[in-house]
Design a protein around this ligand. Structure first.
Ligand SMILES: [Zn+2]
Length: 403
């Protein structure tokens, strides 16, 4: 049951050992064409415990690529998936569970890390961690990136944290431990993780603003009277929205680095294959996980090594300059366009094991970073501004002639 349009080398399993793909694109191409053995139904399984394998999602190459780039380089600045319902957006995000890389996770409630001390000195961490650091104790340990989903009914208090009602009235003891009275919010839990917001266009403005501010700064402070606490919140934001159900404010749209338009599958064979895989998964989720186990493991390793490679990847001026010109020619004003573009291209090159961004890398990720950036309003605004400027200069010229 192979999708016919794939080139023949993609379906040669003999060549593939531990790492069946050399690049991210090969990975995405390869997994889109894997064939499945017929599924044997298994009884008594909880399907929600095992996500649909990422590598089993048919088609949707750009969405898969964007999500992988986000895992490799959190600096791409978040991923927005735009499309109608039933196009596997949420399935794709949840399916990342098995390929999430490892990060150094803070052992502290406030998310302190040794690198905070390296960049900001002892004041950058909490007193407990400063003491631990001085004693040579570790502040962090390796841990898998987690997928945090923002519940649809989340309140601002859940997102940023609040006063813990259990300890708020605890008198003197609470004053001694006053920092502990502030409850960690979802944003603090999302630190160094993936934060997924389904239907982000339906979320209240104040919540979206709090999330975007925290994402931009990498931290946030909660103040309740005399009590305050600062939390790290360095996360990859993944949002999805169905444009039929309301649009997104332009300033929110601008904050998302990668934008993917997710459409339903066009190809008949792909649609049928997608159906077969969903059916196989529902009948036997564990069997499905086993079928894709080897590639899933290889993909996870691939992502991890790309993350290690990433700091070494440079962007030469001669590659960057024409790209900036192109952004200007497109009439895009936001600096975030080229930031996301360049960071995505670095991730792409890192996934290919290289240490220099090539024009091809920029090309591969350009559409997802540059689309939906142009503002018709701003274009019209600048045009009318120019007209005004011209009129004013003409009038000023006539003033000169009076003398
Ligand atoms: Zn700490």
């Amino acid at each position: 049951m192979t999708i016919p349009e794939l080139p023949p080398e993609e379906t040669e399993p003999k060549e593939r050992v531990a790492h069946p793909f050399r690049t991210l694109r090969e990975l995405v191409d390869f997994v889109s064409g894997k064939s499945l053995p017929p599924a044997e139904p298994e009884e008594g399984l909880r399907t929600e415990a095992l996500p649909f394998p990422f590598l089993a999602i048919v088609g949707q190459k750009e969405m898969k690529l964007a999500l992988l780039l986000g895992l490799i380089n959190p600096s791409v600045g978040g991923i927005l998936l735009v499309g109608p319902r039933g196009t596997a957006k949420t399935t794709a995000v949840r399916s990342l569970l098995d390929i999430l890389p490892k990060v150094e996770r803070s052992l502290c409630y406030y998310g302190c890390l040794p690198e905070d001390i390296e960049t900001g000195g002892m004041d950058a961490v909490c007193p407990d961690c400063a003491k631990k650091y001085a004693e040579g104790q570790p502040l962090s340990a390796p841990d898998r990136v987690r997928l945090i989903e923002l519940p649809l009914n989340a309140r601002l208090e859940d997102v940023v944290g609040g006063i813990d009602p259990l300890s708020a009235g605890a008198g003197e003891r609470a004053v001694v431990h006053e920092r502990l009275r502030v409850r960690r919010g979802i944003l603090a839990q999302a630190d160094r993780n993936l934060l997924y917001i389904d239907e982000i266009n339906l979320l209240a403005d104040d919540i979206v603003d709090a999330i975007l501010d925290a994402a931009a700064q990498g931290s946030y402070t909660v103040r309740r009277g005399p009590i305050s606490a600062t939390y790290h919140a360095r996360f990859v934001l993944v949002g999805s929205m169905n444009p039929e159900e309301g649009c997104l404010r332009p300033q929110i749209l601008d904050r998302f680095g990668l934008r993917v338009i997710v459409r339903g599958l066009d190809d008949l064979a792909e649609r049928l294959e997608a159906y077969r895989r969903v059916q196989a998964y529902l009948a036997n989720p564990r069997g499905m996980a086993v079928t894709y186990g080897e590639e899933t493991l290889a993909a996870a390793e691939e992502i991890q090594s790309a993350r290690t490679q990433l700091p070494k990847v440079i962007l030469p001026d001669k590659v960057a300059k024409p790209a900036i010109k192109l952004v200007q020619k497109m009439g895009i004003h936001s600096l975030r366009a080229e930031i996301s573009w360049f960071e995505a291209a670095r991730a792409y090159a890192a996934a290919d094991g290289r240490d220099k961004v090539a024009p091809e890398d920029l090309q591969a990720v350009a559409p997802m970073t540059l689309r939906l950036r142009r503002s018709l309003f701003m274009a019209e605004y600048f045009r009318s501004q120019e007209r005004e400027e011209d009129e004013m200069n003409t009038l000023l010229d006539s003033l000169k002639r009076i003398k």
